[in-house]
Design a protein around this ligand. Structure first.
Ligand SMILES: [Fe+2]
Length: 292
């Protein structure tokens, strides 16, 4: 009998920890050596980028002050918001507006690529979706299937077709051409970043030629198990691959953030909400190109 009580106690403790964990915020740091191992230490300095993904209307303090202050404290040159700020309901536009207004007030330059939840708004109604885009685009750089140059970094944002989030068991490669949507990186000597909300299809982005692909969407696997990793995807698939961390992907790297929020399942376990801080060389400078 005592074993049953101990087990029940442990389950209760784990559930409490899992709920409490959704309120924690951590910083995960990635150095230039990790992100650009083939490049010499930059002689032109570093660009500091913060990545935030999958807020899903989660609030960290009033107006998300705790999250915004944490981002501001890192003094980023650029904030990348990698999708799913909202939960695809028109009423959530207010939440998103508060968050982005707070970033603007803190002087944080921000770019934003939509995830599946932003795109779902377009299914609810054109008016709501257009209102959302107009609201955000007044002070946030939206890079859906677009490219911009920031210092010595070329950044592309890929808007993954919404059907890809549903037809996950289909032969997706036959009808999703990521390169056609966003184009290839030119050989401009810059560091190349591709933002794509769902990292599941990362191998399909290889032809685009990114040094670094940034994604989220998988919420770190929600429950993380030692030696195994994420247990479940937001779409309730078991043992999804590459749910959080830095991975090799072709000739480049894939960074998957566990995100900061939750939806559907209101907990996280051994999987604290995170913002990622990246140090990126401002210009490519191959060691072999340096004078002897
Ligand atoms: Fe998502």
């Amino acid at each position: 009998m005592i074993v049953v009580w101990i087990l029940l106690g442990l389950i209760l403790l784990a559930m409490t920890v899992a709920v409490v964990e959704t309120r924690i915020l951590r910083v995960t740091r990635y150095s230039a050596l990790e992100l650009a191992p083939g490049l010499a230490a930059s002689q032109n300095g570093m660009t500091r980028i913060v990545v935030v993904s999958d807020l899903h209307c989660t609030g960290f303090g009033r107006g998300n002050r705790r999250l915004i202050d944490m981002i501001a404290k890192e003094k980023p040159d650029l904030l990348i918001v990698a999708g799913d700020v909202i939960n695809s309901r028109p009423c959530d536009i207010k939440y998103s507006k508060e968050f982005f207004d707070g970033l603007k007030a803190s002087g944080i330059e921000t770019c934003y690529v939509f995830g599946n939840h932003e795109q779902k708004l377009s299914l609810i109604g054109e008016e709501e979706f257009n209102a959302y885009v107009n609201e955000m685009s007044s002070h946030v750089r939206i890079v859906n299937n677009d490219t911009f140059i920031f210092g010595g970094i070329t950044i592309k944002g890929l808007l993954i077709p919404l059907r890809m989030y549903r037809d996950r068991l289909s032969n997706i490669e036959t009808y999703f051409d990521a390169t056609e949507l966003v184009g290839r990186f030119e050989d401009d000597g810059n560091y190349h970043i591709l933002i794509a909300h769902d990292p599941t299809f990362a191998s399909m982005y290889r032809d685009i030629g990114a040094d670094l692909i940034i994604g989220g969407h998988l919420h770190g696997g929600i429950i993380r198990l030692p030696f195994i990793g994420g247990l479940i995807s937001p779409r309730h698939r078991l043992f999804p691959r590459r749910t959080k961390g830095l991975f090799d992907e072709g000739k480049g790297k894939l960074l998957v953030t566990g995100g900061v929020g939750w939806h559907a399942l209101p907990f996280r376990f051994l999987n604290d909400p995170e913002i990622c801080v990246l140090e990126i060389p401002q210009k490519k400078s191959l060691a072999s190109d340096e004078p002897e």
